[in-house]
Structure formats: C-alpha cells, structure tokens
Design a protein around this ligand. Structure first.
Ligand code: FE
Ligand code: ZN
Ligand code: FE
Length: 234
C-alpha cells in the first residue's frame, strides 16, 4: 500500500511541477493586464514565490529518489485557457481585474487541494522533509488566495459594480425593487415556517405534545407502507 501511495505522491508532485511552470508564463501576463496597482503587485509577488515553489518541488522529488520529469498538468492548462478566454472578452479596467481574480483564485484553490493532499501523503509515508517543503508552499498559496480576496473586497468588486451599474442603471433599480419584494415575502414565509416548526415540536401553546407525536407516527407508518408497495413493484 505504501509503495503505491508513494507512486501517487510522485505523480502529484510531477503534476504540480508542470502546473507551476505554466503559471510562471501566465502570471506576468496577468500582472501586465491589471489596472489595480495592488493586484499587479500581488501577481508579481506570487510569480517570485512560484519560482521558489518550483525549486521546492524539484528538491522534494529528488528526496524521494526521483529525477524531475515533464508531464502536462491538464487541469492547470484548462484553468489558464478558460481564464485567458474570459480576460480577452472583457475590456481593460476594474471588471477585467475582477475576472482575473476569479481565474487566479480558481488556480490557488487547485494548488491548495493538491499541495494539501500531497503533504498529507508525505506525512503518512514518513517523508518529513518532503512534507515540510509542501507545507511551506501550501502556506504561500493560502496567503495568495487570501490576498486576492482582500483586493476583491476592498476595491475591484466595488469598481466593477460601478462600471456595470453606469451602463445598466435601470436594470439595477428594477432588480433592487424585486429583491426587496422577494425578501419581504421570504421573511413572512420564514416566520410562518418557524411557527409551524414550533408547533411540530410541541412548543406552541395551541398544539399539545401527544397529538403531534401521534400524527407523526401515523405519517411514518404511511411512509413505510408506501415504501413496501414501491419495493414490490420494482
Ligand atoms: Fe504555486
Ligand atoms: Zn494537474
Ligand atoms: Fe499559487
């Protein structure tokens, strides 16, 4: 078992090595396309980190007795292609920044999933040095993801919404009115739902406990018998 888990770990690290190599080509383009200075800086900083992550992966593979080899990470290829398409379909500005943050966070989450599981496998296999290297990178990927969230919350999403609303003012007004009406209806439903739920567990004054219990037992019996019927049919 350990032997096949070891092979799997080597495969994942080889996959990550190509994923990171692909990113060293994508990140400069994303930095160049950023309108928000903090976003541009974040992409540039993560490019530097990515180069260090490649070195860590090569070190980890050699510690496992493997010579690093090339293998295409199809998932990263797909994420980058999809992000590229979205970017080129959006004019430069806050909205394109938001599109790039979406694409970049998908990438970070893919990396977090892979580094996280790979680190666990290294731990299970007793490869503490490899586990430590992977944990360092995982920390950087999480920090990059958190940074993107902060940038999105602080500036990009607001500006993108403004750009959009200046084009679609009327639509926003209408949808706001609709949301208001919907929320009012929803809160009414929730209130009556809560009252009903209270009655079911015997909390409401107008619903004595024994009656509720008897009713739900009958309901359970009905459900059971209908299940029997459907079983017979199938
Ligand atoms: Fe990375
Ligand atoms: Zn992959
Ligand atoms: Fe990353």
């Amino acid at each position: 078992m350990a032997e096949s888990l070891r092979t799997h770990l080597i495969e994942e690290l080889t996959d990550l090595l190509d994923a990171e190599n692909q990113l060293t080509k994508a990140l400069p383009k994303m930095a160049a396309s950023s309108s928000t200075p903090t976003l541009k800086t974040a992409f540039q900083k993560h490019l530097q980190e990515t180069r260090g992550q490649i070195t860590r992966l090569e070190t980890a593979l050699r510690q496992l007795g493997e010579e690093p080899r090339r293998k295409t990470c199809e998932a990263m290829k797909g994420l980058i292609t999809e992000g590229d398409e979205m970017m080129s379909n959006t004019p430069e500005g806050a909205l394109r920044d938001a599109v790039m943050i979406t694409a970049a966070q998908k990438v970070e989450h893919y990396e977090m999933a892979t580094y996280g599981t790979a680190r666990t496998y290294a731990q299970v296999l007793g490869e503490r040095g490899v586990a430590r290297l992977l944990a360092q990178t995982l920390k950087e990927e999480k920090a990059a993801d958190a940074k993107l969230t902060t940038i999105a919350e602080r500036s990009v999403n607001e500006e993108a919404a403004q750009e959009w609303s200046s084009q679609e003012e009327g639509l926003i007004e209408r949808s706001t009115a609709w949301m208001g009406a919907t929320m009012e209806a929803t809160s009414k439903q929730l209130a009556s739902g809560a009252r009903r739920a209270g009655a079911m567990v015997g909390l409401a004054q107008d619903s004595p406990k024994p009656r509720t219990t008897r009713r739900s037992t009958t309901a359970a019996r009905t459900r059971k018998s209908s299940r029997k019927t459907s079983n017979r049919r199938s």
